[in-house]
Write a protein that binds this ligand. Structure first.
Ligand code: KG4
Ligand code: ZN
Length: 331
């Protein structure tokens, strides 16, 4: 089975062709980072206009890289949410056009579910499992019972984890997006230099909150100042607080739901400290943790194609009236 995956949910125009679940025939990700970085964050109207400008070119490129035509594909999988609605609609309408003109079936894919399912491009974790998706837009815990069956059991009540990284990076003048820059700066820093708060750690629910932690960071810097010397320590302490909360709360959710497998995905899952913490604690608790490789953590369309393939195998296709949606709701 060959699936064309399309993702325009935020600031990347992405398409991929996937054969038989694991063979990525081609994958194109056109990043808009340079377009948005002067603004310190994604400007939705600019993002959707750029998608409109690029989508035909990316489509031609993904087919030519794979040396096939759309006629060889069995199905089109496209992200219909959550994300920036103007951006999502560009990919969704493009996919609908392809489906109507070619007669191919369509699968509308949840972007957050796709981050979780990206692991199946490389590994085969057994169900059930818990998925922590941490990106610039989402901090979400999904409990998967089987393919295409999951429940949202926790989410952020304010900022996403990646957003918190991005905001403190902006505050320090490190550019956008800031997660990677923060990680690099934190290398060699003392993670226990500042005792930043661990928000919502002891509460019975599985929700997260990062806005107070970000404020604590800003207040610390305003009060004590940052120098060349203490900057790595302050930043490492912030990174530790985010990773510690993500890790502890996910482990607790796994215990509460009696699952022994955890998948971590989304852009922040590329963070080395987060990976080490999870591996260490998982080993202690006898839980298995799976991370996709770095390039599959950030937005891409191969993850949309693999998610689509699970639905297509079960003939769970979407009607051509399917709509885009911007926010993920608890179900
Ligand atoms: O999944 P993604 O590419 O896009 C969204 O769906 O949001 O995630 C991007 C986010 C940004 O907030 C970025 O700062 C963060 O992932 N990020 C990182 C790292 N690499 C990317 N955060 C912490 N450490 C990293 N190494
Ligand atoms: Zn994403």
């Amino acid at each position: 089975m060959i699936i064309l995956g399309i993702d325009t949910s935020c600031d990347d125009t992405s398409m991929a062709l996937l054969r038989n679940r694991t063979e990525v025939l081609s994958s194109v990700v056109s990043s808009q980072v340079q377009l948005h970085s002067p603004f310190g964050g994604v400007v939705p109207e600019l993002a959707s206009r750029k998608h409109v400008e690029l989508i035909d070119l990316i489509y031609a490129r993904v087919l030519s890289d794979a040396h096939i035509g759309l006629g060889n594909a069995d199905c089109i999988a496209v992200t219909n949410g959550p994300g920036l609605i103007g951006s999502l609609l560009v990919g969704l309408m493009f996919a609908k056009g392809l489906c109507v003109s070619s007669g191919k079936p369509m699968v509308a894919v949840n972007h957050v579910e796709a981050h979780a399912m990206s692991i199946f491009l490389e590994q085969e974790p057994a169900f059930p499992f818990l998925a922590l998706i941490v990106s610039g837009g989402h901090t979400v815990l999904l409990l998967f019972t089987e393919p295409c069956q999951y429940r949202l059991i926790g989410t952020t009540r304010d900022d996403a984890a990646g957003e918190a990284f991005d905001k403190i990076a902006k505050f320090l003048g490190l550019g956008y997006p800031g997660g990677k820059a923060i990680e690099e700066l934190a290398t060699g820093g003392k993670a226990d230099y500042v005792a930043f708060p661990r928000p919502m750690l002891d509460e019975p629910h599985h929700d997260f909150s990062f806005s107070g932690l970000k404020t604590a960071f800003v207040n610390f810097v305003k009060k004590h100042g940052v120098t060349e010397e203490n900057r790595p320590h302050v930043v490492a302490s912030f990174q530790e607080a985010v990773c510690d909360v993500l890790c502890r709360k996910t482990m607790k959710a796994a215990r509460d739901h009696s699952v022994g497998r955890i998948i971590v995905g989304g852009g922040v899952a590329a963070n080395g400290r987060l990976r080490v913490l999870f591996q260490e604690r998982a080993a202690r608790e006898g839980v298995l943790v799976f991370f996709p490789s770095g390039s599959l953590c950030t937005d891409n369309a191969a993850m949309v194609a693999i998610t689509g393939s699970f639905y297509a195998e079960r003939k769970l296709f979407s009607p051509e009236t399917v709509r885009g949606f911007s926010r993920m709701v608890r179900g």
